[in-house]
Ligand binder design. Structure first.
Ligand code: SAM
Length: 213
């Protein structure tokens, strides 16, 4: 699967990328004041990294594709350096606190972060690896870390993931303190395979913890 992701970047098949960043993040991101570092697994070249850093957060992205990481810095006119951290290639901006580690997320052991921003990450992990993903993510976060996670839910049997459907029950089994802050039918913005499949509904849900609301 990692090779398939790298191939997608090579061929520029990145339909998930949001040129304006994620609207729900901008509306609902309300971490506790002390929040400094934010972990962004499977970050791609998301504009959200820039938005989070503009709030003063130290942003730590993890992404398998070096093409994605370099595109992020180049497309946003950021000067960056290439470094090594425990044998992991790392791209770090000079003037803003954004680092992207280039490796398989499951291999990355980094210092614990204060918060999690998860879009297009948990949902693309194969259901058989989901438990591992959650355990690994927990190991990279402080115990009381703020979490912001976007999931999808759709009827089985119409399309093959990724992205995969996740039920609210499964989410709460992983993190019992999460709250659904918004949920809407996003079929119009989903990839062509969803629209063509005959599905009427792809439910996108925003989950947060420690919300100030
Ligand atoms: C659906 S995209 C989402 C990208 C980004 N979060 C966004 O919202 O634009 C999933 C990303 O995860 C990366 N990826 C997939 N598996 C990975 C892994 N095991 N470790 C690190 N990155 C991975 C892919 O290369 C791809 O850029």
């Amino acid at each position: 699967m990692l090779e398939e992701w790298k191939k997608r970047w090579l061929e520029d098949r990145i339909g998930w990328h949001e040129e304006q960043g994620n609207a729900s993040l901008k509306t609902h991101w309300t971490p506790p004041d002390k929040t400094s570092s934010v972990l962004v697994p499977f970050c791609g070249k998301a504009k959200d990294l820039l938005w989070l850093a503009s709030l003063g957060h130290r942003v730590i992205g993890i992404e398998i594709s070096e093409i994605a990481a370099m595109a992020f810095f180049n497309e946003n006119d950021l000067i960056f350096k290439e470094k090594l951290y425990k044998n992991i290639k790392l791209f770090e901006a000079e003037d803003i606190a954004i680092s992207i580690y280039c490796d398989d997320y499951f291999n990355c052991n980094l210092p614990k972060a204060d918060a999690l921003y998860d879009r297009g990450s948990l949902v693309v992990v194969h259901p058989e690896k989901r438990f591992n993903y959650v355990q690994h993510t927990k190991s990279l976060l402080h115990k009381d870390a703020y979490r912001f996670i976007i999931t999808l839910e759709y009827e089985e049997g119409f399309v093959q993931g990724p992205p995969y459907s996740i039920t609210p029950g499964e989410m709460l089994a992983y993190w019992s303190d999460l709250i659904q802050i918004e949920s809407y039918n996003d079929i119009e913005n989903s990839s062509p395979k969803f629209k063509k499949s005959g599905l009427n509904e792809v439910l996108e849900t925003i989950w947060v913890s420690h919300s100030k609301i």
